[in-house]
Design a protein around this ligand. Structure first.
Ligand code: AMP
Ligand code: MN
Ligand code: MN
Ligand code: MN
Length: 316
């Protein structure tokens, strides 16, 4: 995959500190390989057309979208980092960890590699969980729930709660996704089954052992108090996690600044991404809240990622 570096035309270097002028970079996005709207190639083309030049495709629990995205990225002059958003559990909570994999998808998926094992575990957990969700939703009036969710996910997609939500909307049980989550699929509801995911510690360990960077996804979106978020960050660091998303989509600027202090205290690097799934309100690839000027180093300066970003910078 490093060959692709020579095909990327002159990307400007990224700054070594963060501030409001950074983006052109998005390290958290979804495609049809999980629950996103756009096919991987279409997503990458959109990024190229909108000057988003460094991207990570981070579908839920799979690298399946990366080869198609890579082909398009090479044509479009977009620097594509292999990635995935991996499901884990911390206590009784579902926590997402973004794996940034500078070693590339081929190395990550090599037979008997750590990440190949990790993906096998989470994908099988996802399958078993889908069966359980389906059983529960059938009792709530959604016949053939699993078949419907699978069909909506398409052949290669990881079946997830958004596919069940869509099936419920189409069956007329709820008016929209939001209501489906509120009543049936959200935290604590009948279709919320978390206890099947590997532990946060395990997921972080797999990523780090494989040579990747583990990024705690959207720390402000778990409904945690500041104190409990601190405990989550402590456990994440103790497991070997290196970074957290300082800005994920659109969030309150005071909360982002406060999160920056929590990252700084733990010497975590800051990552940035839209968590794009579909166009809705301000959501689009490469778009997220302004980055505050803070004393947290950006994740592209992490020793495991800096060589990759340098290789994809200013090579003409
Ligand atoms: P899963 O990976 O199957 O657990 O599904 C989680 C995904 O569902 C998230 O990544 C979001 O894309 C989506 N999601 C979670 N909560 C909501 C919500 N309240 N409304 C709409 N979509 C949601
Ligand atoms: Mn999602
Ligand atoms: Mn997530
Ligand atoms: Mn996501």
């Amino acid at each position: 995959m490093t060959d692709s570096a020579s095909l990327i035309p002159s990307l400007p270097p990224l700054p070594s500190t963060v501030g409001p002028t950074v983006p052109a970079l998005d390290l958290h996005m979804h495609s049809t390989a999980s629950d996103g709207l756009l096919a991987p190639a279409v997503l990458v083309r959109y990024c190229a057309e909108h000057q988003v030049r460094w991207v990570a495709l981070t579908d839920h629990d799979t690298l399946n979208g990366i080869p198609e995205a890579r082909q398009e990225a090479e044509q479009q002059g977009v620097a594509l980092l292999a990635g995935a958003e991996i499901s884990s559990q911390w206590g009784n909570m579902g926590i997402h960890v973004v794996a940034l994999l500078p070693q590339g998808e081929a190395a990550a998926l090599a037979p008997s590699s750590v990440m190949a094992h990790a993906f096998a575990v989470v994908q099988s957990a996802r399958e078993t969980r889908a069966e359980k969700i389906a059983q529960r939703l059938e009792k709530k009036g959604l016949p053939d729930a699993l078949e419907k969710a699978r069909a909506l996910a398409g052949g290669r997609s990881a079946v997830g709660r958004p596919h069940f939500a869509q099936a419920m909307v189409e069956a007329g049980l709820v008016p929209d996704h939001k209501e489906a989550f509120k009543r049936y699929l959200g935290a604590g509801k009948v279709g919320d089954i978390k206890t099947l995911w590997p532990s946060l510690q395990q997921v972080v360990q797999w990523i780090v052992e494989s040579g990747g960077v583990a990024v705690l996804a959207h720390p402000l979106r778990y409904g945690l108090t500041r104190r409990r978020r601190g405990l989550l960050l402590d456990d994440f660091v103790a497991a070997g996690g290196q970074a957290a998303e300082l800005v994920s989509g659109f969030e309150n600027s005071d909360k982002i600044r406060d999160l920056a202090r929590q990252l700084h205290e733990r010497q975590l690097y800051a990552s940035f991404g839209s968590d794009f799934h579909r166009f809705q309100g301000p959501f689009a690839p490469g778009r997220y809240s302004p980055i505050p000027e803070v004393a947290v180093p950006p994740v592209w300066t992490h020793p495991l990622l800096a060589p990759w970003f340098e290789a994809h910078t200013a090579i003409s």
